[in-house]
Design a protein around this ligand. Sequence first.
Ligand SMILES: Cc1cc2nc3c(=O)[nH]c(=O)nc-3n(C[C@H](O)[C@H](O)[C@H](O)COP(=O)(O)O)c2cc1C
Length: 200
Amino acid sequence: MNVFIVYAHPSEDSFTRRVRDRFIAGLESAGHRHTVSDLYRMNFRTDMSEEEYLREACYRLEAPVPEDVRLEQEKINRSDGIVFIYPVFWSDVPAKLKGWFDRVWTYGFAYGLQKDGRRSMKQLEKGLVICSAGNTMDYFRETGILKSMERTMLDDRLYDRVKTKELVILEATSRENSSREENWDSRLDRVFSLAVKFFE
Ligand SMILES: Cc1cc2nc3c(=O)[nH]c(=O)nc-3n(C[C@H](O)[C@H](O)[C@H](O)COP(=O)(O)O)c2cc1C
C-alpha cells in the first residue's frame, strides 16, 4: 500500500517523534511505501486567507486552491491509506493539524458540491489515527473525551472518506509522568505492530 503520514509535533526531541519513526520502520518491514508531511518542519500555513475562506464558504467558489494545499491533496490521491500522528493538545489535534484540515479538506475535494455532491478526493481504504497523550485511557473513557475524539477524528474528519479507520491513544506519555520511560518500549512495539498489521 501507499501510506500517507500526516505528522504534527513541534519538536524532534519527543516521544511522538519516536512513534513516527517506529511506525515508518514497521511500514518498511511490511513492504509498504510511504510519504510524510511533517507539518511543523514544512512550516505548513494553517491560517486561512480571506480568499480561501470565501471559497470554502461558497461566496467565491471559482477561487483557485492554493498550491501548498493542492500538493497535499495530490499526496492523498496518490495513497491508499492515511495516518495521523500527533500529541493530544487540549483534547484534540494540535492547531497545526487542525489548520491542515481547515485548508486541505476543501470544497469539491473533501466534501460535496451542493448540486451533485461530487468530490475529487479518492476514497481511501484505511485510516489510522495515533496520538500520544498525557492522560490515561481510564480518564479519557470516564470523561467522555475518548468518545469526543473518536467522533471528531473518525466520524467527522475521516467520515466516509476512509473505509476502515481506527483511533489509537498512547496513554500517559507526557514527560512529567515517571512511568513514561518504563512503558516506552511496549508502546513503541505496539506502534510497530500496528504499522505491519493495519495495512495488510
Ligand atoms: C499545549 C499542550 C496541551 C496538552 N493537552 C493535553 C490534553 O488535553 N490531554 C492529554 O492527555 N495530554 C495533553 N498534553 C500532553 C501531551 O499530549 C504529551 O505531552 C505528549 O503526547 C507526549 O509527549 P511528547 O511531547 O514527548 O511526544 C498536552 C501538552 C501540551 C504541550
